[in-house]
Each structure stands twice: as structure tokens, then as C-alpha cells.
Design a protein around this ligand. Structure first.
Ligand code: PLP
Length: 389
């Protein structure tokens, strides 16, 4: 029997990192010592008190069933976290929904908001799910360039009027993946006002809000008065608390958007395993001081990478947040060829900028998810290689 996929999904290509992982596995099998600086999965564990909360919950007899419809305690904890961390007041019954990682919510938002032909305005470069989820929903993606000359903030006023008329979602993500850029309150205020004026839902993706350097703490878009009327924010414990594999996230804000996601989810999945929620609650509401040391470690790693790139003659501004250094590819090369040759010649794996969209061409992304000594080894190999070429 020959199967054909539904038209809706027939154009989907395998996720870039899945293919890269296969190539790296082959290289490792051949004895190469590959330094992986491509994906953004935190390498450090969460602290013991978070793990203990999970063990405690898992050791009970009544925590192993489905939790669908039984996540209110977690939603209350998210509301308390938003109050404590951002000074944002949320109604945990109507303005919070639990997610199996924020990625789930990003994908679902497009499914519940877009009719075929509706426009989703997506930054480029960006995390691929914003655009892919819109395409799968039958929506039309309008790309909004993030340019270095604009500090990787979009120029909202340049979005054409006919696009805005059909637009249902406008995506933003700060601190930003892949550029490491941040947005100040003035920009976020202008985005909220813009969304209100053009009657478009502002979807702010904020999973890097607590990975910041030199004491930087990112704001929530919901800190802006009235933002809840026009905005939904996605967040998770993945990057903030070194819990990416746990798959615990949340969407907060506009109650209609929250309800649409909640309803869709009730048909799609059966919510989060109770011990994981218990641990995430402790992570959000317990001691936060350990994040200072964790961020100091990331900052040291950032400096190792930035110094190495400078030695290699590549100009980069040190990012103030997120897990990445966004660096220019030497002139005359595509990012895909450059990263592929780098992997072949130096066994250091980074991500070509074009993977994040056409405006990512000319850059490559280095993740800060290895120990400083390992990063130093990787960047030394790259610097030596660049100097030879
Ligand atoms: C910008 C951005 N949004 C969302 C996610 C997904 O995070 P989560 O683990 O919460 O699903 C990532 C993961 O790398 C990301 O970079």
C-alpha cells in the first residue's frame, strides 16, 4: 500500500536538528570528537529541591493518573509566579493555561486563530514553529525582517495595510532566539498599541525571560497596562529552570485566546504528569537565587565565545540575554555551506542562520550549552580554521 500524506502537511520537511543529529552520530561513530553548539537545550540540571518535589509527588499513590481538568493548582502557581516575578495580576481561572512546553501552545495558537487565507505576521529570523504552525493551519505567513541595523527589532509601521487587514496574529519573541536581542518597555508598549490599533492578537513568546547577563531581567509584555486585552504570552520552565526535557509550559493573558487553546488541548492531549507540575510549581515559587549563579555561568560561556570570535576576526556584539551568540558568516559564503564545512573540518556544530528564515542568511548561531572549557576548545578550533581560510 502506498500512502500519501494529507495536503495540509505534505510540504513539511524534517526538523533541521533531527537531520543534523544523524550526521553528527555518523561522525561520532567514525571517532570524531564533535562539539555540539547547535541546539538550545540547557546542559545544566535543575537544583535538588526541584528534583525532590518531583520525587515526593511521584512516590505518592494518587499522582499517576490523567490530569486533564485537574491542573488548577498549577495554574494558580503560574499566576502567583507572574505576580511575584513581573508584578502582573492574572486570573488563574481564565487567563492561564498549562502547556506541554510552550512549543505546544505556539503551534495550537495558529490552529485556533487562523482560517485559511488569514495572515500571521512572523519575525524573520525566528523559531520555526510560528511560521510552520500557520502554514499547517492554511494561513499565510507575512515575514517581518529583524535587521541588525534596527537592533533586531521589527519595524511594525512598515507592515503593509492590506496585510494588516487580514492579520490575526503578530508574533514577537524577546529575549530573542536566534539573535539574542532584547526589547525595552518602550518597544513593547508600541507593539501593544499597534496590536490594539490594528485589531490583531499579539503573541509574545518569552521562554528566555530569565536567562540574562549583567543582571538583566526581561519584562513580560503583560506588564504594560491593558496588554491582556490584546496579548497572549507563552512561557515555560525549560530555559528558566534548566527543565527543557520536562515539557512544562504556560500561556497567559487574553482570556479568549487562553480558552481557545484550553479547549483545543482537551481534544489533543491529556495534560501534564502531576509530579512534573509539582516540581514546576516549586521551581516557580521557591528559591530563585540559584538563577544568579546559573546566569553567571552562561555569561562566562558567552564571553568565551565572543572573545574567540573576535580573535578570529568576526565582529559580534555580546548578547544581553538568551542562550545564543549570533555571529556573521565571512563574506561570500552561505550560512549553510559555512556551517557544514566548519562541522566537516573542525567537528564543531553550529546552526546556519538561514534555518531561522531568509533574513538569517549571513549569520550563524552558537549555543551556550556546553561547559566553558568545552566551548573554549570548540571556539579555538573554529578560530584556527577561520584564520587559515
Ligand atoms: C523562541 C523559542 N520559543 C519556544 C521554544 C520552546 O520551548 P519549550 O521548551 O517551552 O517548548 C524555544 C525552544 O528552543 C524557543 O527557542
Amino acid at each position: 500500500m502506498q500512502l500519501t500524506p494529507a495536503k495540509r502537511v505534505s510540504h513539511i520537511k524534517p526538523y533541521f536538528f533531527a537531520e543534523l543529529a544523524k550526521r553528527i552520530a555518523t561522525m561520532r561513530a567514525a571517532g570524531k570528537d564533535v562539539v555540539r553548539l547547535d541546539m538550545g537545550s540547557p546542559d545544566l540540571p535543575p537544583p535538588g529541591f526541584i528534583l525532590e518535589a518531583m520525587f515526593d509527588s511521584a512516590s505518592k499513590t494518587n499522582t499517576h493518573g490523567y490530569t486533564l481538568g485537574q491542573t488548577q493548582k498549577f495554574r494558580d502557581a503560574v499566576a502567583a509566579y507572574y505576580q511575584k516575578r513581573f508584578g502582573v495580576q492574572l486570573d488563574s481561572k481564565t487567563e492561564v493555561v498549562d502547556l506541554i512546553g510552550s512549543k505546544e501552545g505556539l503551534f495550537i495558537l495558529s490552529q485556533v486563530m487562523l482560517n485559511p487565507g488569514d495572515v500571521s505576521i512572523v519575525p524573520d529570523p525566528s523559531y520555526s514553529v510560528y511560521a510552520k504552525s500557520a502554514e499547517i493551519a492554511g494561513g499565510v505567513v507575512h515575514l517581518m525582517p529583524l535587521l541588525e541595523k534596527n537592533a533586531f527589532l521589527p519595524d511594525l509601521e512598515s507592515i503593509p495595510a492590506d496585510v494588516l487587514k487580514k492579520a490575526k496574529i503578530l508574533w514577537l519573541n524577546y529575549p530573542n532566539n536566534p539573535t539574542g536581542a532584547i526589547a525595552d518597555m518602550k518597544f513593547l508598549e508600541s507593539a501593544v498599541a499597534f496590536a490594539r490599533k490594528h485589531n490583531v492578537l499579539l503573541a509574545h513568546d518569552a521562554p528566555y525571560c530569565d536567562v540574562g547577563f549583567n543582571g538583566y531581567h526581561a519584562p513580560s509584555i503583560l506588564e504594560i497596562p491593558g496588554a491582556k486585552e490584546v496579548a497572549i504570552e507563552f512561557n515555560s520552565v525549560s530555559k528558566t529552570y534548566n527543565m527543557a526535557g520536562w515539557r512544562v509550559g504556560m500561556a497567559v493573558g487574553n482570556p479568549d485566546a487562553v480558552r481557545f487553546i484550553d479547549t483545543y488541548k482537551s481534544q489533543q492531549d491529556s495534560a501534564i504528569f502531576a509530579p512534573l507540575m509539582a516540581a514546576a510549581e516549586v521551581a516557580m515559587l521557591g528559591d530563585q537565587t540559584w538563577l544568579n549563579e546559573r546566569n553567571r555561568i552562561y555569561q562566562e560561556r558567552r564571553d568565551v565565545i565572543v572573545d574567540g570570535l573576535h580573535r578570529a576576526g568576526l565582529r559580534v556584539a555580546p548578547p544581553q540575554a538568551a542562550l545564543y551568540v549570533w555571529a556573521p558568516v565571512p563574506e561570500g559564503q552561505t550560512s549553510m555551506d559555512f556551517c557544514s564545512r566548519m562541522l566537516e573540518d573542525t567537528a564543531v556544530s553550529t546552526t546556519p542562520g538561514v534555518v531561522f528564515g531568509k533574513y538569517g542568511e549571513g549569520y550563524f548561531r552558537i549555543s551556550l550549552v556546553a561547559e566553558a572549557a568545552r566551548l573554549r576548545e570548540g571556539i579555538d578550533r573554529v578560530a584556527g580554521w577561520l584564520q587559515k581560510h
